[in-house]
Write a protein that binds this ligand. Sequence first.
Ligand code: HEC
Length: 504
Amino acid sequence: MKRLLFFLLMTSRLLAQDGGQLYTLYCSACHGADGKGATGGQFPPLANSAWPVGNAERSIKIVLLGLNGPVEVNGKTYNLEMPPQGAAITDENIAAILTHVRSSWGNKASAVSVDQVKKVRASLGKRAEHWTADELLKLHPLENVKPPIEKLISHYYKGSFQKMPDFSKLTAAAVEEEPSGLIDYSDYANTDNFAMSWDGEIFTPAGEHEWILDSDDGSRLLIDGNMIAEIPTIGPIGRTVRKKVKLTQGMHKIRLEYFEFSGQEGLSVGVKIAGKPKVKWLSKETAGKPGKSWPEIMLKPSADRAVIYRNFIQGTTARGIGVGFPGGVNMAFSGDHLTAELIWSGDFIDAGHHWTDRGVGNEAPASDQVLKASNLSAYAFTSEAASAWPATSQVATRFRGYQLDDHGNPNFAIEVSGLRVLDQYRAETSPAPTLVRRVRLTEKPSAPVSLLLLNGTNVTQVSAQECQVGDVTIKVEGAAIRYANNTAILDLKEGEVIVRYTWK
Ligand code: HEC
């Protein structure tokens, strides 16, 4: 027994020591030898931070792929970039480093095993993007932070309700504590004929706060016993009710009642605290995202850098490359059709579907205002092999990949019959959302190279410099539009052509 204890002590010491040395080597330059953040706290601390303790998966993920964008540590917000370390550090060493971090400078959390690191690494698949704090918090909420609703308890009732039942007359079939503090019916998702209620407490500062409620089917929100919002009838998501209520500072009772008759379900409830920019969601689902079984991970560009999403995107081909530009201009380039095939405004894409293990199938753009492929180019392409660069027996086209500039704007390279075409995209937001495309031939071609700009039955010819399709206006500089059989074609000779897609 004594020997075993000694052995355990020695091995844990050895590990800790190794971990300590490895920490010095790989982390201390930024996080400080004392874990308080290097250069006088310019970098975030690991000592006393809620991030590295608790669920180890969170910090393993950070070490493997890095972290980008705003993150709050001990009440201070940092907005920096931690480079990914996964390629440089072995699973064994990551386990040793994190074990050290989790048991040093006052941190108290369990050791991290090599197996845990291996599993997390494997689960990330081909993902290479940095994490954002928002994304990680959805996957692995910080443990020692108060839940959105405290002392939350749910009641589940069976019954076929077509309007809000009188809950006082019902007998619960299940009662549960909800430590997540989130209103969540997912235990009963995809079932019909039930009702639920949730009771808990929520802290608010003093002020007039706006409450937001939406549901499929009906729901009702009560604060301190007063009904403040109601969706009384059967119907789909999209019947949002907003209500401002003046509250004192302190804890308030919150109650939510909900019934589901049949078909799809959905329930979102949130509060916008006076003076805060964002809605705080009190439900697992957030507005307008009914019935999803994966966490929402909304990909967002930063203020001056576009974000790339490489995965199956609904509406384009398998080799779709999504680009979310700052300012809510988005597009998907098809690596098969070799052109921008979808453009949309607003939110970019919800990566939660693909980045969690349920990721199968296509993800649709996050906004409904999508200019479909049929409006832009591709719907008349008959096969995956067809492209916007009409191939003939003499002309073969090939995708040669892409590069990103300093702002994350992509520059696609396409080989057309031995010539290289560069097809670059960026966004402008004023006066209207605009996708700006710059097409360049790197050499003078012996014959014009034709780019199929539009292919559809609803092309409106305005001039040789301008055409319209649906809500999109397309303006061209440096070449003339040739219209033929409801297509719009650009014959590229030399120099560059600018194409501007503007929409309402
Ligand atoms: C080149 C500098 C750098 C190195 C090296 C580095 N980090 Fe970081 N780390 C950062 C920055 C910067 C952030 C905050 C990123 C942000 O603002 O989004 C961060 C954030 C974190 C966080 C979450 C926030 C916090 O402070 O708790 C953890 C955990 C973390 N790093 C662990 C590590 C570990 C473990 C290592 C060594 C394997 C490491 N880091 C190496 C710069 C670095």
